[in-house]
Design a protein around this ligand. Structure first.
Ligand code: FAD
Ligand code: UDP
Length: 388
């Protein structure tokens, strides 16, 4: 049994939350150890090259976007960026549709050209008057009415969450914008780009710029507890697991990814469908809202990485129930789970020497820029507290 090392911070999780706090704290002179049970950096944002050389996102597509100059400035210390317009379509009724819903979708729906005026009038006649939408069904029907909601949202959401949109908080479907103009981009944020050399390279640079940090991969929290004595714990795993599920397990949704690789001759054969040489499908991501298709979306990341390779890789995403041993990809935003989380949060609030942060530590459906912001704020607070 090796001797116990004494450190300032033990940080569980080498994703955005863990590595950002480690970078900030080590640069303020604190001794930090970051551990992760996985064998790589980056948490769910990890990327790597597959056998054909495509830079894939093994835990699902990660489209970086933000409106925060503070976050761009901070992350730009570790990476350059490659601008990407994330273009996504929906495939139903045998064809591709512009998505998120906008004037182009309306024209496709009518089967003829139209304009913003007619589209606004149509919406005014079709949307359901609801002042303050209380769930994911209400948030969509209050903007576009029943027909478009049923075509693009209802079944997709049932498939993704195994819950009806009525059972999910408004923020879930409310993430998707509805537009009067012809903007086909999936996201609305002012900054939309991928790290030029990928997320993992960015995280490695973050580690390289964290003086004295020790990163131990393939290491569980229970092992690390035997090896280190620490002043403060930063835990970025699931909050219910941290408390041994004492109030019962929080619900999560998991995913299974099926990867398929295609070589140049097969891609040439698909050119009519893909509309582009060297690609399998015409767009970065195609959503499949219909319940009789078992996956929710197909992503061809080469549209975003712009790699000049005679092959491509597509990934189909199949939503799955979560059970121990599977990845808890999504917290499930319902009123019930929020109430259960609040009980765990009350426990956490009584532990001044433990910070439970990140998507799993706060059980929130947060994007990468939001968890980066949360980690920066937490690190500032801790630096102030422990520097005194
Ligand atoms: P994580 O990345 O989950 O990292 C937590 C780490 O803690 C994990 O590596 C885990 O192995 C480790 N860990 C947990 N428990 C233990 C333990 N007991 N011992 C040791 N290690 C432990 N965000 C966007 O901005 N844009 C997107 O397009 C986007 N797409 C997404 C698609 C999918 C399918 C998913 C699931 C998420 C997506 N996100 C996206 C969200 C993004 O993944 C998160 O915001 C971000 O990765 C959260 O970082 P984190 O460090 O808080 O958590
Ligand atoms: N959604 C939908 N139809 C779509 C895309 C999204 O109904 O074509 C709903 C679905 O409930 C999904 C949510 O909107 O979970 C958020 O979608 P997003 O694409 O942001 O999901 P994520 O990338 O976070 O999985």
């Amino acid at each position: 049994m090796s001797a116990i090392s004494s450190i300032d911070f033990l940080i569980v999780g080498a994703g955005f939350s863990g590595l950002v706090t480690a970078e900030r704290l080590t640069n303020s002179g604190f001794r930090c150890v970051v551990i992760d049970q996985r064998d790589h950096l980056g948490g769910n944002a990890y990327d790597c090259y597959d056998e054909t050389g495509i830079l894939i996102h093994p835990y699902g597509p990660h489209y970086f976007r933000t409106n925060s100059q503070r976050i761009i400035d901070y992350l730009s210390r570790f990476t350059e960026w490659q601008h990407v317009d994330y273009e996504i379509k929906s495939f139903t009724r045998g064809k591709f549709w512009s998505f998120p819903i906008n004037l182009n979708t309306f024209e496709e729906w009518l089967g003829r050209s139209s304009n913003e005026e007619e589209w606004s009038e149509w919406l005014a006649q079709n949307k359901v008057a609801i002042d303050q939408p209380q769930n994911s069904e209400e948030v969509i029907v209050s903007q576009v009415g029943w027909e478009l909601y049923r075509a693009f949202f209802e079944q997709y959401t049932l498939k993704q969450w195994k819950l009806h949109p009525r059972e999910l908080q408004a923020s879930v479907c409310g993430r998707i914008p509805i537009r009067l103009n012809r903007d086909n981009r999936y996201l609305t944020d002012t900054f939309q780009a991928l790290p030029a050399k990928g997320y993992t390279a960015m995280f490695q640079s973050m580690v390289d710029q964290s003086p004295g940090v020790e990163v131990k991969l393939s290491t569980s929290f229970s092992d690390a507890k035997q090896q280190y004595s620490y002043q403060h714990l930063i835990f970025t795993g699931p909050i219910d697991a941290y408390y041994n599920h004492c109030f019962g397990a929080l619900p999560y949704r998991s995913l299974r990814f099926e990867r398929e690789t295609y070589q140049a001759p097969e891609l040439t054969a698909r050119e009519e469908i893909s509309g582009k040489t060297g690609h399998w499908q015409p767009f970065l991501q195609v959503n499949y809202p219909d319940l009789d298709v078992p996956f929710t979306r197909i992503v061809e990341i080469k549209h975003a990485t712009h790699q000049d390779i005679d092959a491509t890789t597509i990934v189909k995403e199949f939503p799955e129930d979560w059970s121990p041993g599977k990845e808890p990809f999504y917290p499930i935003p319902t009123d019930e789970s929020a109430a259960l989380y609040a009980r765990y949060r009350a426990l956490a609030d009584q532990e001044p020497d433990v910070s439970l942060i990140g998507r799993l530590g706060t059980y929130r459906y947060y994007n990468m820029d939001q968890v980066t912001g949360m980690a920066l704020t937490e690190a500032e607070k801790l630096i102030k507290r422990y520097s005194q």
